[in-house]
Write a protein that binds this ligand. Structure first.
Ligand SMILES: Nc1nc2c([nH]c(=O)n2[C@@H]2O[C@H](COP(=O)(O)OP(=O)(O)OP(=O)(O)O)[C@@H](O)[C@H]2O)c(=O)[nH]1
Length: 146
């Protein structure tokens, strides 16, 4: 084993967006059954491709998954988390997105829902999301009271 880790470990970088509407509700989508984490609720997003910046990947994923337009300068980095499981190391970057163009039209999810950041904690989500949900709830609370 090298100092960099096990050679067989798959290292993936994933970007995700907390889309927040004017009432402070957050969009989550349900992963299709049969996919990894199928049936769980997650933030829209996906893997960063080779040669792509995380922000460009997020803009692309939001266009592909929800058919909305987002400016790369309108995505605000919030927090990140890492997870090591099943031979892969995942880094998940979460951004806040409050402005977009177009009507939401989900293409990759079984369902979408708008929920308060507090109720996110009651939804079954992938384990890597749990610490991010806490950070998001706090950030939105600070934003409301500030
Ligand atoms: N989009 C998204 N993926 C997440 C979240 N949390 C989390 O653990 N993941 C994991 O990150 C990975 C994202 O891969 P994906 O399959 O959605 O990526 P992708 O859109 O590039 O899909 P593809 O590989 O099927 O083309 C999945 O293993 C997914 O379970 C989240 O909140 N949002």
């Amino acid at each position: 084993m090298s100092i960099a880790g096990k050679p067989e470990t798959l290292i993936i970088l994933v970007v995700a967006a907390a889309l927040v509407d004017r009432d402070g509700q957050v969009l989550v989508q349900q992963r299709p059954a049969g996919k990894q984490h199928g049936g769980l609720w997650e933030f829209p997003g996906g893997k960063v491709e080779r040669g792509e910046t995380p922000e460009a990947a997020l803009v692309r994923e939001l266009r592909e998954e929800l058919q909305i337009g987002v400016s790369p300068v309108a995505v605000r980095p919030l927090s990140f988390t890492t997870e090591e499981a099943a031979g892969r190391h995942l880094t998940l970057l979460l951004y806040i997105v409050e402005a977009w163009t177009g009507e939401l039209s989900p293409t990759a999810a079984d369902a979408i829902r708008w929920v308060s950041s507090e109720s996110l904690r009651d939804l079954p989500m992938p384990p890597a999301d749990l610490p991010l949900v806490d950070v998001l709830a706090r950030a939105l609370l600070d934003q409301q009271s500030g």
